[in-house]
Design a protein around this ligand. Sequence first.
Ligand SMILES: [Zn+2]
Length: 301
Amino acid sequence: MITTALAGTSVLTTTPAVAAGHRSGGVAITRSVGAIQVICLLDASGPFTLSSPATAFPNATEADWSAARLIDPEAFGPDGRWHLSFQCFVVAGPGSRITLVDTGVGPAGSPASSWAPVPGRLPQALAEIGVDVRDVDLVVQTHLHSDHIGWAVHPSGEPVFPRARYVVQRAEIAALEAAGSALVPYVVDPLRRTGQLTEADGRTRLAGGHGRSGHRITAVPTPGHTAGHQSVVVDDQGARMVMTGDVLVHAVQLANPAVTYQYEGDPELAHATRRTLLNDARRRHAVLAAAHLNRPFVNVC
Ligand SMILES: [Zn+2]
């Protein structure tokens, strides 16, 4: 069974620099993982412009769609299109450490602006919770699709987060380089030039790791959507959250992990990864944090 939960909006106490804030048209959605707070920030939302739901998820059945409608009703617009959110997650803690998972669609002029429904507003959303771009210590890019790297760098090439280390899987960059992707000169080269890029090789501990119940932030390879896709696992005091990235992009893939998505690089591998991630989450009673669900935090049980 899958349930969604819109969590409370409590004032953060672990990080004085961060206060409760507002989402566009609503309040910031915050969940606790032990003493660590995770805040979902909405960069953009609107209809998917590239294809219809039936084309985007070609093997979804009527039963899958019915189940998905219960999990994320806002995904089903009156116009028949897929309505989705483009979300980033702030991990506030341990201590004053600020980690940002993904950087949204970006501003007008970003690579996603040709198809994203609206320009993004992440810097403003960060400011609303009391986080300046200079406060961000670590940026984890789950993958290098245009709707996840939008605020990594300005269109001018300057990094948006001047103090941050940016973590990307080496396999992700290698695949883009092999394909001659325009995203290499747009985002990879500028971060290399400033020395801010860290290319991770597989599972990587990003913070913590002392003792069984202590806090840990870990990057975990979850390939399939892209070759070097990674998810972020936050553990503290026995609680766990998994920021999925695009292991699942729509509630229909929660309803049935076998539902494939048109833009998955390797659909078979993506399915296997999704199944494993969901099974692990159930076993560990983990909360999922999904980039594109309109109700981002999902309890799987
Ligand atoms: Zn995406």
